[in-house]
Write a protein that binds this ligand. Structure first.
Ligand code: UD1
Length: 392
């Protein structure tokens, strides 16, 4: 059997790492049924910090094929990926294409494969925000409609697929593959020093003259929750000044007054802060630490002992759930409801309304850490994904 697995952007890398390990383990114990695996990177994310460092640190082999698509509008990214991927499929003739998540690479490679009658397996199928203004929602809908095998991270996602009329025989509830990566890397992440992460990833030319006492040190104890972590990259939060500026003001004047705020800044967000003339305000805030995008282990370490996470990332919502970090999700909806407090998770939807963010922020900092583990978020999902493909 020949499988091409596709990755394109940062959140794909932690989903494919355990799948590759599962293929290798299977091949070691079943040499007579060898799975020929090809890893393809579309190159949507191309920076060392957004891409290469993840491959190295997660032990993902170098991609066998890199389409080097780079950045661009959605249509450009999708169109260029489809043209380049079609050539690969005609040459390699795989039995299966495995796609993960909901980025442009996921959509582009699914459509291309199906048009050439190649079977598609979607890992992380069935997530729905029901918000069609989100590019990822369109990617999810099209990918799931076309996929032969729909591997869902939770039961709510499997129900979404049934409601849309997708055939039962194509749906399998396998659990959350991201949690395989979290469990495999939890120990090594816990050994990192938060102060060193801040120094090594500082985005400014100089370390600002901030009080070293405010910087969470390496002898910092678990019982002391000292800092907030922020990540933001969604167009709905960062592409308009009227939305981005009040969020920045809230951070600099209110959260940073309570505790240090650690902010690994996505390239899109850095570009917009500079464009809107907000960069200096962020850089000058004495208790706000602006970092480059950090590696997987570094983010896991920051998350492990944060007093609070403010984020618009879907993956971080899930990691906060398992680690127990109180999480304010800077969105009005989520495709991952299983991570919400009402379903036993750690996160609350706060959108980008400052009054609502403030109210939930005050509650969350008092609430403490309560780890949760939804069904089958057990670190063994990749094996179930591969079994589903082999037994299809
Ligand atoms: C993409 C995904 C999103 C995911 C996010 C995580 C889609 C539709 N969206 O959004 O689901 O949560 O990645 O990071 O696929 N850039 C760089 N270096 C890079 C990558 C991007 O500088 O390595 C800059 C480029 O200027 C680019 C901008 O960031 O225009 C946005 O990148 P893009 O790939 O369009 O989407 P993301 O916002 O990263």
């Amino acid at each position: 059997m020949k499988i091409i697995s596709v990755v394109g952007a940062r959140p794909n890398f932690m989903k494919i790492a355990p799948f590759i390990n599962a293929v290798n383990a299977y091949n070691n114990s079943n040499p007579e049924k060898f799975v020929n695996h090809i890893l393809l990177h579309t190159g949507q994310h191309y920076d060392v910090r957004m891409s290469e460092s993840f491959f190295k640190r997660l032990g993902i082999p170098d991609p066998d094929i890199n389409l080097e698509i780079g950045s661009g509008s959605h249509a450009k990214q999708v169109g260029m990926t489809m043209i380049a991927f079609e050539e690969v499929l005609l040459r390699e003739k795989p039995d299966w294409v495995v796609v993960v998540g909901d980025v442009n690479a996921t959509l582009a490679c699914t459509v291309t494969a199906k048009k050439l009658n190649v079977k598609v397996c979607h890992i992380e199928a069935g997530l729905r925000s029901n918000d069609m203004s989100m590019p990822e929602e369109i990617n999810r809908l099209v990918t799931d409609r076309l996929s032969d095998l729909l591997l869902t991270p939770d039961k709510l996602s499997a129900q979404n697929l049934r409601k849309e009329g997708l055939p039962e025989k194509n749906i399998r509830f396998v659990g959350n593959i991201m949690i395989d990566t979290l469990e495999a890397n939890r120990k090594s992440a816990s050994e990192l020093s938060v102060a060193k992460i801040i120094r090594d990833n500082n985005l400014l030319d100089t370390i600002p003259a901030k009080s070293p006492a405010a910087m969470p040190g390496k002898d910092y104890r678990e019982s002391e929750l000292l800092y907030a972590v922020l990540t933001m990259h969604r167009p709905s939060n960062v592409d308009q000044k009227v939305i981005l500026e009040p969020i920045l003001n809230f951070l600099t004047t209110e959260v940073a007054a309570d505790m240090p705020v650690i902010w690994p800044v996505h390239p899109r967000t850095e570009k917009m802060l500079k464009l809107f003339g907000l960069w200096d305000k962020a850089a000058e805030c004495q208790n706000l630490f602006l970092l480059h995008p950090v590696g997987y282990h570094e983010m896991l370490r920051l998350n492990m002992h944060a007093a609070i996470m403010l984020t618009d990332s879907g993956g971080l919502q899930e990691e906060c759930c398992v680690l127990g970090t109180p999480c304010l999700t800077l969105r009005w909806n989520t495709e991952r409801p299983v991570t919400l407090k009402e379903h036993g998770g750690a996160s609350v939807l706060v959108g980008n309304n400052i009054d609502r963010i403030r109210e939930e922020y005050r509650k969350a900092v008092k609430s403490g850490r309560i780890p949760q583990r939804p069904d089958l978020w057990d670190g063994q999902t990749a094996k179930r994904c591969l079994e589903a493909i082999i037994n299809y």
